[in-house]
Write a protein that binds this ligand. Structure first.
Ligand code: GRF
Length: 189
């Protein structure tokens, strides 16, 4: 997590998912996500980019703290750092990300703004396995979200997040129940 952690909150609030959350990691000390975890009694850790400075070292430190808490999978939600290929290899087929567009359209940090700038009429949400590229990797699930006239980044993102909060628990549930896999480069659920 790097930010507000609304997706984390819906995972915490899912009684069948909550017991599987071993740790919440953030790269930002003030991340609201950390206080959500603390309130729920979930261990937290901070791994600061500045303390490592290079992607491989930073990613290794994140992987070590995750493994030291006995976690076997990783669920990214608004994590604003790119993790190394070595990190991806340590959790094969067990790293998820959620992205506020219908990938492969609009990867990157400004997906909602880019969708508006392009005048698309439908955007959406993607949950995918993470690989070493940004907002890339086998797509597990997608949901469309209509763009309304007069939408702003905030109004559209709010509607996208309502969809995220239903979709992500569904897919994370499949992850903890070991029902997700990658076969021939494609996700199966
Ligand atoms: C979500 O919109 C997600 O798609 C994107 O970052 C945002 C995180 O939101 N990757 P939150 O921190 O879970 O509220």
């Amino acid at each position: 997590m790097s930010g507000s952690g609304t997706n984390l909150q819906v995972l915490i609030d899912s009684p069948d998912i909550r017991p599987h959350i071993r740790l919440v990691v953030s790269d930002r000390p003030g991340a609201v996500a950390l206080s959500r975890a603390e309130k729920a009694g979930i261990p937290t850790a901070q791994v600061r980019w500045e303390q490592h400075g290079a992607r491989d070292e930073f990613s290794a430190a994140v992987a070590e703290v995750i493994e030291s808490h006995g976690a076997e999978g990783v669920v990214l939600a608004g994590f604003m750092r790119i993790l190394s290929a070595g990190f991806v290899d340590r959790f094969p087929g067990r790293i998820l990300n959620i992205h506020p567009s219908l990938l492969p359209a609009f990867p990157g940090a400004n997906a909602v703004e880019s969708a508006l700038d392009h005048g698309v009429k439908v955007t959406g949400v993607t949950v995918h396995f993470v690989d070493e590229k940004v907002d890339h990797g086998p797509i597990i699930a997608q949901e469309p979200v209509e763009v309304f006239e007069g939408d702003t980044v905030d109004s559209l993102h709010a509607r996208i997040q309502r969809v995220e909060h239903v979709l992500y628990p569904r897919i994370v549930r499949s992850l903890v129940q070991d029902r997700l896999a990658i076969e021939h480069g494609l996700a199966s659920a």
